[in-house]
Ligand binder design. Structure first.
Ligand code: SF4
Length: 92
């Protein structure tokens, strides 16, 4: 089974009430964190908007933690989704 096929088998339970990811826009800009999290995220959760802000499409998050590894302290707040929410892995 290919990687795209494996990823397609995953299920997501989206927490419609709250995001598990928050970006400090000022710190993301001043530390370069914005560009790093856009580049590293395999799920394309982050994007640079026309006004310069980083948008967060948190429902697509794989919960891999890569963005945390490249973010400057304080620029990114990330925690696992509330119980029962988030990704439900089906293949490895
Ligand atoms: Fe993207 Fe992984 Fe960070 Fe989720 S945890 S936003 S998938 S880099």
């Amino acid at each position: 089974m290919s990687i795209p096929e494996r990823l397609a088998a995953n299920r997501y339970e989206t927490d419609e009430e709250q995001s598990h990811i928050h970006v400090d826009q000022d710190l993301a800009r001043s530390t370069g964190t914005g560009e790093r999290i856009i580049a590293v995220c395999p799920a394309k959760v982050y994007a640079r908007e026309a006004d310069g802000r980083i948008s967060v499409e948190y429902a697509a998050c794989f919960e891999c933690g890569a963005c945390l590894a490249v973010a400057a302290p304080g620029a990114l707040e990330w925690h696992y989704p509330r119980g029962g929410m988030g990704i439900q892995l089906r293949e490895g």
